[in-house]
Design a protein around this ligand. Structure first.
Ligand code: APR
Ligand code: PHB
Length: 391
């Protein structure tokens, strides 16, 4: 039987970054991924990185292209029914910023790095099974090219996303889950057109939320809130651009440059947390343990926070034989996770149109926006969360 110190399930950003940090510390980890490499790289996800995320990518040795191509943003705009407000991140947080760089590119950089270091990744590994993680000798089995294989390891890191096998392998009675499913989705369009503004615009509107984002100075990413019954086929490019413009303030609407979409998809919005994050020698990391609605761009950044805590804990274990970090992983990570859950839920609730909303709740949104506009303290709280709470 093959043996590795750590078996990582899932080659998304969580699994790949954990693999890179462990490798740097001389710890041998194998990654098992159900999909092909091209499939993993075809997924378009958010693109705003906290400074802590950028720092950890540098630490892992994959920061070079990010440094060259990432766009540093010192603020963003919040709009509410046409009234604009700039959140000056740098001013409100004592100089902190965020970096706009697509998650797909982060994943690509991590994959290239993994090739360079020659670490083991098994793509198209079917029917991954986790065994013995409640004892001292966990094993991971999988099928590849029709053959069943088994790997012995010291620890298993479940980095396999919301629908993965890791959380599903834990007995139900050992897990507590917390969830809110929002009654709408986001329809996203990627297009090779210059962004309508040099900073992101989050817009709350009676017709529904809209977001203007970007991947570069020539590639834009836009979203509009849509119904869960909506289908991508029902939205022509023209209908998308028309609806986007209706939800933006006149200056931004005017500045939108339209063009053919190169990707169009609908994503549902969900808040979800599973507790705890450790079961004997199995750890849950990233989307396997928690989901946030994309409104605060916290999904990837939160996963990177988990990786930070877990990599530290495993490095400490293998270097010093200390269990302190692994015993504390779940508690430390969950504290930060709940803060990001609160922030993402609160920004989602402020900016979206809920069909069930009463006139009172609508006024609450207006009052919160007015408070933000009038209070630097309130804006500072928003900015502090947006740039990312410390690890
Ligand atoms: N066996 C092996 N691999 C699996 C299995 C399985 N049973 N189930 C899922 N996977 C793989 C998926 O194919 C995917 O490549 O695990 C990977 C999980 O990656 P992500 O879903 O990207 O999750 P994560 O790495 O935690 O990334 C954090 O932040 O912005 C958010 O949702 C966004 O993906 C992002 C996340
Ligand atoms: C994106 O660019 O895809 C993006 C940016 C900010 C968000 C969500 C998504 O809050």
């Amino acid at each position: 039987m093959r043996r590795h110190q750590v078996a990582i399930i899932g080659a998304g950003p969580s699994g790949l970054l954990l693999g890179a940090l462990l490798h740097k510390a001389g710890i041998d980890a194998v990654i098992l991924e159900r999909r092909s490499r091209d499939h993993v790289l075809s997924r378009i996800r958010a693109g705003v990185l906290e400074m802590g995320t950028v720092g950890l990518l540098h630490q892992a040795g994959v920061g070079a292209r990010l440094e060259r191509e990432g766009l540093v943003h010192e603020g963003f705009s919040l709009n509410f029914n046409g009234h604009g407000l700039r959140i000056d991140l740098a001013d409100l947080t004592g100089g902190k910023t965020v970096t706009v760089y697509g998650q797909t590119e982060v994943t690509r950089d991590l994959m290239v790095h993994r090739d360079e270091i020659g670490a083991a990744t098994i793509h198209e590994a079917d029917d991954v099974g986790l065994e013995g993680f409640d004892g001292d000798a966990p094993r991971v089995s999988y099928t590849k090219d029709g053959q069943r294989h088994e790997i012995a390891c010291d620890f298993i890191a479940g980095c396999d996303g919301f629908h993965g096998v890791s959380r599903a392998s834990v007995p139900e009675r050992a897990l507590s889950t917390f969830e809110r499913v929002y009654p709408f989705g986001w329809l996203g369009v990627l297009a090779d057109v210059p962004p309508c503004s040099h900073e992101l615009i989050y817009a709350g509107h009676d017709r529904g939320f809209a977001l203007c984002s970007m991947r570069s100075l020539t590639r834009s990413r836009y979203y509009i809130q849509c119904s869960l019954e909506d289908r991508v086929e029902n939205w022509s490019d023209q209908a998308f651009w028309d609806e986007l413009r209706r939800r933006l303030d006149p200056a931004a609407a005017e500045a939108v440059v339209t063009g053919p979409s190169i990707e169009k998809s609908i994503a549902p919005l969900r808040s979800f947390v599973a507790e705890p994050l450790r079961f004997g020698r199995l750890f849950l990391v990233g989307d396997a343990a928690h989901i946030v609605p994309p409104t605060g761009a916290k999904g990837l950044n939160l996963a990177v926070g988990d990786v930070h805590y877990l990599s530290e804990a495993l490095i400490e274990f293998f270097a010093e034989g200390s269990r302190a970090g692994i015993d504390d992983y779940s508690r430390r990570a969950l504290m930060r996770i709940w803060q990001a859950e609160r922030f993402s839920w609160s920004l989602t609730t402020l900016l979206h149109r809920f069909d069930t909303m009463t006139a009172f709740e609508r006024r609450m949104q207006e009052a919160e926006f007015a408070y933000l506009a009038g209070s630097r303290n309130m804006r500072a709280g928003l900015a502090e969360n947006y740039v990312g709470l410390p690890y």
